[in-house]
Ligand binder design. Structure first.
Ligand SMILES: *Cc1c(COP(=O)(O)O)cnc(C)c1O
Length: 365
């Protein structure tokens, strides 16, 4: 069968391997499998959210309030914007997809960093857009400037902090860059790990209300999947000027998050204490990974997120990842990004200790 030819060059997104797969393939007891591959919050869902879910489980037969009134209202207060500045998506991934469909066609160009979130490329290819990448793996704004001046772009993606590398640009540098971008170029600020970045360094804090007050062509994306520990619920959001939001709503399907997802996101916003505790623990555990890397002579990228990237030398990251997997330790190999590196989600104290033990075992054999 002939399919849409734009799909010829698309490879499907390679998600972090699920625990079930390791259980099936290697016969490891599920309780011995550690998954540090998808940047999930290792401390689990907030007990307040779990209680809420149990309370409303019987409402699964009802569609959610499609205006998402209560969630938007809570987010609007949190970010100091209006509800009309918000769109809700099934993960911020879906909002990304809306943006590309709203702005791009096959004559469009999108600009991104060489090594960044894989979905930018996949969604862009769906509409046949041309993908422009900077030469450096991490974000270098002067490289973005040069390509933008020479070639132009309909969309520019900035991943702040960047997945899968973990680096983050300073807010002031981002704002200066936004000043230079033409108003007909949509800039997507993907702040999936924004809560982590601002905890580590306030210079990294992109303020959504400031951005949208000044730049009608910019959208800020956030998610409940990472710091808010709701990856399985699939809730994300975009914050932008009304013109962008109105347009994106033309693409949004009805009831695009579930009744249970909606309730859990609303509840999660009432438990900010849980989120700050998780973030604090994340960075205290992160320092163990930095110490371990120094001890093992491994180069790592200082990270503003809930994961850390190790560059491996003298051993193949693909082989190391597989050897870890066989021992029940799931991490992310970055070979498909052209890097001999692994990305490890920062787990709980116990999970991280286990990683250090198994990693040492793997590289010594
Ligand atoms: C995890 C992630 C997202 C969004 O994830 P959702 O679960 O779809 O909200 C977006 N961008 C980056 C860079 C991510 O790492």
């Amino acid at each position: 069968m002939n399919f849409n030819s734009v799909l010829d060059s698309v490879s499907s997104y390679e998600a972090g391997k699920p625990i079930e797969l390791v259980v099936r393939e290697f016969g490891i007891d599920p309780k011995d499998v550690v998954k540090l591959a998808s940047n999930e919050n290792p401390y689990g869902t907030s007990p307040k959210v779990t209680a809420k879910l149990q309370e409303i489980a019987h409402k699964a037969f009802l569609y959610p309030d499609d205006s998402f009134f209560e969630l938007k209202d809570a987010l609007a207060k949190k970010f100091n914007v209006q509800s009309s500045n918000l769109i809700i998506g099934s993960g911020s991934d879906q909002v990304l997809e809306f943006c590309i469909h709203a702005k791009c066609s096959k004559d469009s160009k999108v600009l991104m960093s060489k090594t960044t979130f894989a979905m930018y490329e996949i969604y862009s290819k769906h509409v046949g857009a041309t993908i422009l990448r900077t030469p450096s793996h991490h974000h270098v704004l002067d490289e973005f400037r040069e390509i933008y001046q020479n070639e132009g772009a309909d969309i520019i993606f900035l991943c702040l902090p960047n997945n899968p590398l973990g680096e983050c640009l300073d807010k002031e540098d981002v704002y200066k860059f936004l000043d230079e971008v033409a108003k007909d170029t949509l800039v997507i600020l993907d702040c999936a790990y924004g809560e982590y970045a601002k905890y580590k360094d306030t210079k990294k804090e992109i303020v959504a209300s400031d951005v949208i007050a000044k730049y009608p062509n910019v959208i800020y994306l956030g998610t409940f999947s990472k710091a808010y520990a709701l990856g399985g619920m699939r809730v994300g959001y975009g914050i932008a000027g009304e013109e962008i939001i109105k347009t994106l709503h033309k693409i949004r399907p009805p009831f695009n998050i579930t009744t249970l997802s909606l309730a859990s996101a609303i509840e999660a916003l009432k438990d900010e204490e849980f989120v700050s505790e998780c973030i604090a623990k994340n960075f205290s555990q992160m320092s163990r990974y930095e110490e371990f890397a120094k001890e093992m002579n491994i180069t790592y990228i200082p990270s503003y997120t809930n994961f850390i990237t190790y560059y491996l030398e003298g051993m193949s990251s693909k082989e190391v990842a597989y050897a870890l997997l066989k021992r029940g330790m799931i991490i992310r190999d970055l070979t498909s990004y052209g890097l001999n590196a692994i990305r490890i989600t920062i787990g709980s104290q116990e999970q991280n200790s286990k990683f250090f033990t198994i990693f040492k075992e793997v590289i010594s054999c």
